[in-house]
Write a protein that binds this ligand. Structure first.
Ligand code: C5P
Length: 409
């Protein structure tokens, strides 16, 4: 959980926060948070839950935020004025302050049974929650599981703090102070750029190796993890060249994308993108290409045997970048997608390829990782192996990018 920090910047000017106030004694602190946000020039629109109304009034929120307060999903006036989708669209970030155990559980379960939970389910914006509850409610396995699930989906959490609580108990569960929530909001809306001035090459997706002009050899890589890494590195300020094989995922914004088909084209694009400080080879490059690929479509003929494909090895992009002499990126990261002996294979790959880190993941069909939304990875470096929990690919990417930033700190 985020440590208490004070914030004194002015980076929130012109930003908009949708503040969801749920029911808890800590709701009184939301007044101070609105005041701090407004002092930074940040627009605030409040959504007040039914339980939240027991602790703060719509009028007080409206007076402080200088904006209409939304409370009822089924109010036709509210819905026509500002639909629940529009509420999230018009915000840069959603902050749930305080976040009760009940609302966290509904978020984790994907419920949409009031305006707050509906907006939270419908949003594609960053979401920050500031939990506040009794210590035993916070430590309950259900709440902890819900928080872990929400974090694995990319929800950000600030607090709770440890201390004396309104219920005369002591322990974790007290909502983070408004200044700490403000700092967490600022960090999300205007994150530090530790990789500013650094150039990163990321390979992603599969390669297609032609058999003839119509047919090719491919693999099941979706490009989701590689593209997410490109996005995460760009978010930390890196200039990113993403070299992508044929994928269905959209080009990330703020990244320069080179589209290729074959491993040879991917290598040429990677070499052309040098010099770079960082290379992350997340692509599932075909190990072999067809040496006897036909110029025209191979026709099947009755009585004629099926064509024999002569396969020759493709260049190894990761190994090539790792041994690029003076133009070797300072940090070269490879992936090891394995179905057997994952960690042993990853450790030997680190040596063989000459890269600095290997991100190892088990891609056995039962894991659902290939093409899926989540990943369980192990970070293999000269210092040893770190096992990471199962996380969304976006979260894995953010953590990899943060670790990379640590190298350049
Ligand atoms: O040898 P293997 O394919 O298992 O190695 C996987 C790692 O090597 C990945 O990082 C992948 O992007 C990279 N690789 C490559 N060029 C190849 C084969 C693999 O860059 N021809």
């Amino acid at each position: 959980m985020a440590a208490l920090t004070t914030f004194s910047g002015t980076t929130l000017s012109g930003k908009r926060v949708l503040l969801i106030v749920s029911g808890g004694i800590a709701a009184f602190k939301v007044h101070e948070l609105i005041r701090l946000l407004r002092a930074q020039g940040c627009g605030v629109t409040c959504v007040l839950t039914e339980a939240g109304r027991q602790f703060v009034t719509p009028l007080s929120l409206q007076a402080l935020s200088e904006a209409k307060v939304y409370a009822d999903l089924f109010s036709l006036t509210d819905e026509s004025e500002m639909g629940h989708i529009q509420l999230s669209r018009s915000a840069d970030l959603l902050a749930v302050v305080p976040a009760t155990a009940d609302l966290l559980a509904r978020m984790a379960g994907g419920l949409a049974n009031d305006l707050a939970s509906t907006v939270l389910l419908a949003t594609d914006k960053p979401v920050l929650v500031a939990p506040a509850m009794n210590v035993r409610m916070w430590l309950h396995a259900a709440t902890q599981a819900n928080i872990a699930l929400l974090q694995s989906r990319g929800i950000h959490v600030v607090g709770p703090d440890e201390g004396a609580m309104a219920c005369h108990e002591f322990g974790p569960g007290r909502m983070a102070e408004p200044a700490a929530i403000l700092a967490a909001i600022a960090a999300l809306l205007d994150p530090p750029k530790p990789l500013a001035g650094k150039h990163a090459i990321v390979t992603s997706g599969p390669t297609h190796e032609p058999i003839d002009p119509i047919r090719y050899i491919a693999n099941r890589s979706s490009g989701k993890q590689g593209h997410a890494i490109a996005t995460a590195l760009a978010a930390l300020g890196a200039r990113v060249t993403l070299i992508s094989g044929p994928v269905a995922v959209a080009d990330p914004t703020g990244v320069s994308v080179r589209r290729v088909e074959t491993a040879q084209q991917m290598l040429e694009a990677a070499q052309a993108a040098l010099p770079a400080d960082i290379a992350v080879c997340a692509a599932a490059v075909a190990d072999w290409r067809v040496a006897n690929a036909a110029e025209g479509k191979i026709k099947k003929k009755q009585g004629v045997a099926a064509p024999a494909l002569e396969l020759v090895p493709n260049p190894d992009i990761l190994a090539t970048l790792s041994s690029a002499g003076p133009s070797r990126p300072r940090l070269v990261v490879g992936f090891a997608a394995e179905t057997d002996d994952l960690l042993a294979n990853a450790a030997s790959k680190l040596q063989r390829k000459g890269c600095d880190w290997i991100i190892a993941n088990d891609v056995s069909p039962a894991t659902g990782i290939m093409g899926g939304e989540e990943n369980t990875v192990h970070l293999v470096t000269a210092a040893g192996i770190e096992d990471w929990p199962r996380l969304s690919k976006q979260r894995v990417a953010e953590q990899i990018a943060a670790r990379i930033a640590g190298v350049f700190a």
